[in-house]
Design a binder for this molecule. Structure first.
Ligand SMILES: Nc1ncnc2c1ncn2[C@@H]1O[C@H](COP(=O)(O)OP(=O)(O)OP(=O)(O)O)[C@@H](O)[C@H]1O
Ligand SMILES: [Mg+2]
Length: 363
């Protein structure tokens, strides 16, 4: 096994290296400075399609084409890109693929948390060197943002709104001046062309730190919506489950489309608070019921089926993960789930097995 196939999760630029090469080979359109691909090719990489050479590009993002075009066009300007949306709408996923396609490098990432310090978006110091030699260029430990500025690449900031407000605001000068001063050395790092930032933020998180209006003005916000219809969501789940199953080398059959459709229906109905036909109103849950969670419920079920069953995904393999994803609050969610099971799942044709499996987990 080579180094690149033995890692648990490859970076997008490694996993899709062939597609990126094929796109670059046939790309005659104008590229912004230091971009690996033209904006047109970047968007083809994300949305999928076929090249004149016959090479097929797999779709990474399934949904509105315009959303991706606006995101890509933003990155070709001097404004940064903020991907906003409810959990599991592919914000991180799109951000990684954009960075891979544009810079050939999706690894310059800052993870935003309540504990993120300014050093993570500016620079820190190697204290051993700082103490022995004082502040020198060698003692500076650049943040991913600083490296992206030096190399003219895309830096990614995950969960921007989870970072403390003052850390967020320390990005303002980077974004407007395109330079990062190193006061101790009386020097600065100037961004090379090609530098930009993609940030992601969740608009449903509690305890977020609202972006200041000064920072907001430096970003173009693109909202990633939840999947438009059940068919789109089934396609997303199916594509991802197949690819995750391959990566994990699960010895399970790819789940039947009907099984995926069932899980997606459950997630959509609980998310929307009504059955698909609109006839039954449902109690709302505290859980987000995102596409990402539907994907992990099925992957988990495949693992159970593969290692403790006969490799065929059945409702008993899905029930545990499904109940776990839905019942986050032991009181409110449990009531909502039980009501859903009794009034909808039990009565639906061909769903009895799912009903029984879920009741077994919950009793
Ligand atoms: N429209 C979509 N097209 C393709 N994949 C999607 C889509 N929506 C969700 N996914 C899949 O859902 C998974 C989760 O996406 P991701 O982690 O990027 O979500 P997120 O928006 O960053 O969520 P969070 O707010 O929780 O960080 C990914 O595997 C992604 O492939
Ligand atoms: Mg994310």
């Amino acid at each position: 096994m080579t180094e690149s196939t033995s890692v648990l999760r490859q970076h997008a630029e490694t996993q899709y290296a062939r597609e990126l090469e094929a796109l670059a080979a046939g790309d005659t359109r104008q590229k912004p400075p230091r971009w690996k691909l033209s904006p047109w090719a970047v968007s083809l990489y994300l949305l999928g399609g076929e090249l004149p050479s016959g090479e097929r590009i797999s779709p990474k993002y399934i949904g509105n084409r315009r959303v991706i075009e606006i995101a890509v066009a933003t990155l070709a300007t001097d404004r940064a890109l903020l991907l906003l949306g409810v959990p599991g709408t592919a914000k991180s996923w799109v951000s990684e693929h954009l960075a891979a396609a544009i810079s050939g490098d999706s690894t310059l990432v800052v993870q935003g948390t309540a504990g993120t310090s300014e050093e993570a978006v500016r620079y820190g110091w190697n204290y051993a060197q700082l103490l022995s030699k004082g502040p020198t260029h060698e003692a500076v430990v650049p943040s991913p943002v600083m490296r992206a500025m030096r190399e003219g690449k895309i830096a990614r900031i995950e969960e921007l709104t989870r970072m403390p407000g003052e850390v967020q605001d320390s990005l303002i000068s980077t974004l407007s001046e395109k330079a990062l001063p190193i006061a101790e050395l009386d020097d600065e790092v100037q961004a090379r062309k090609g530098f930009n930032i993609i940030a992601t933020a969740n608009d449903r998180d509690r305890g977020v730190n609202e972006l200041s209006s000064a920072l907001k003005r430096r970003f173009n916000t693109v909202v990633l919506p939840p999947p438009r219809c059940a068919d789109d969501e089934v396609e997303i789940v199916q594509t991802r489950v197949a690819s995750i199953g391959r990566a994990l080398e699960l010895p399970a059959e790819t789940p039947a489309l009907e099984e995926i459709r069932r899980i997606v229906t459950v997630f959509r109905e609980l998310r929307e608070g009504a059955t698909a036909d609109g006839k039954v109103k449902l109690k709302s849950t505290t859980s987000s019921m995102s596409t990402a969670e539907a994907i992990s419920v099925i992957t988990h079920g495949m693992s159970l089926a593969a290692h403790f069953g006969d490799g065929v995904l059945r409702s008993a393999d899905l029930a545990g993960g499904m109940v776990g994803a839905i019942v986050k609050d032991p009181v409110q969610d449990r009531i909502a789930m039980l009501e859903y099971l009794e009034t909808v799942v039990k009565e639906r044709e061909g769903w009895k097995d799912l009903y029984r499996a879920c009741r077994e987990v919950m009793d």
